[in-house]
Design a protein around this ligand. Structure first.
Ligand SMILES: NC(=O)c1ccc[n+]([C@@H]2O[C@H](COP(=O)([O-])OP(=O)(O)OC[C@H]3O[C@@H](n4cnc5c(N)ncnc54)[C@H](O)[C@@H]3O)[C@@H](O)[C@H]2O)c1
Length: 261
């Protein structure tokens, strides 16, 4: 939560949101949603990090609980949604944000990609988001609707010489998102995907050399890298009632990187 910004009377006041997956972007999503007044369940494989962030949010006067979550495990997702309902009275928003980057680690193309890396990326990024949807939608329906936001990637649009499973998994989520938007739209549920461009945060800075980061920045129309706050700003709009006419969309937040030339 930005220093000095209290969680009173924001656009998300009274809403209950699960953020599935913290980390560089997810932590900022949580801070922003809390700053806008939402009550949060934050889940991450790294339970300690999720609890620490929840404590930080509570210290700023927000409402959050951090839990262990494996978004690729059915019972774990169910427990996070159940907790949101039992602790805060219902579910209005679900942000599926976690990802496996396992095939990127291999640096290999489709010919050499180990199939266990392919399976893991699809299991977490595609199947996991299906599980999130299957638990979030019924809880939202019982409340009269809600907003699901999926974090995907600009990698879904461009051919890359590596991490083909990652790109495939993000394309799959776009199809899932459109299905949810179409199937449940009349019942009050909106679904959208945010496709970030290159977003710099601690993990990114640890693995990307500065000269490569400068190249990424130069490639954008605006001439800079993205920040987690850029993604959180879009997430807050999509979670809020101000976003009530936005559904079935992939919103690129990428400094113009994906603009059609
Ligand atoms: N950073 C970027 O440049 C960028 C660009 C495009 C898309 N994205 C997308 O943004 C999202 C967040 O990425 P990030 O850069 O913040 O990564 P990150 O590694 O900082 O955070 C990912 C978080 O997900 C958690 N996680 C992994 N598997 C999980 C699971 N099965 N269940 C629950 N939590 C799990 C990790 O513990 C970690 O905290 C991802 O969906 C990623 O594909 C990021």
């Amino acid at each position: 939560m930005p220093a000095g910004e209290g969680p009173t009377g924001g656009r998300l006041a009274g809403k209950v949101i699960v953020v599935a997956g913290g980390g560089g972007i997810g932590d900022e999503l949580a801070r922003r949603y809390a700053a806008e007044g939402a009550s949060l369940v934050l889940g991450d494989l790294n339970a300690g990090a999720a609890r620490k962030l929840a404590d930080e949010i509570v210290a700023f006067g927000g409402t959050a609980v951090g839990v262990a979550l494996d978004g690729a495990e059915d019972e774990s997702v169910r427990a996070a949604v159940d907790l949101a309902v039992s602790r805060f009275g219902g579910l209005d928003g679900f942000h599926a944000n976690f990802a496996s980057f396992k095939d990127g680690e291999s640096g290999l193309d489709v010919l050499g990609l180990p199939l266990d890396a392919y399976d893991e990326v699809m299991r977490v990024n595609a199947r996991g988001f299906v599980l999130c949807t299957r638990h979030a939608v019924p809880a939202m329906l019982s409340r009269g609707g809600g907003s699901i936001v999926y974090t995907t990637s600009g990698a879904a649009f461009i051919g890359e010489p590596v991490r083909v499973a990652y790109s495939m998994s993000k394309v799959a989520v776009h199809a899932l998102m459109r299905h949810v938007a179409k199937r449940f739209g009349r019942e009050g549920i909106r679904a959208n995907a945010i496709a970030p461009g290159v977003i710099a945060h601690a993990r990114f800075n640890a693995v990307i050399p500065p000269e490569m980061a400068r190249e990424f920045a130069a490639r954008t129309v605006v001439g800079r890298l993205g920040t987690p706050a850029d993604i959180a700003a879009m997430g807050a709009l999509l979670m809020s009632d101000e976003g009530s006419f936005i559904t079935g969309q992939v919103l690129s937040v990428d400094g113009g990187d994906s603009m059609r030339q």
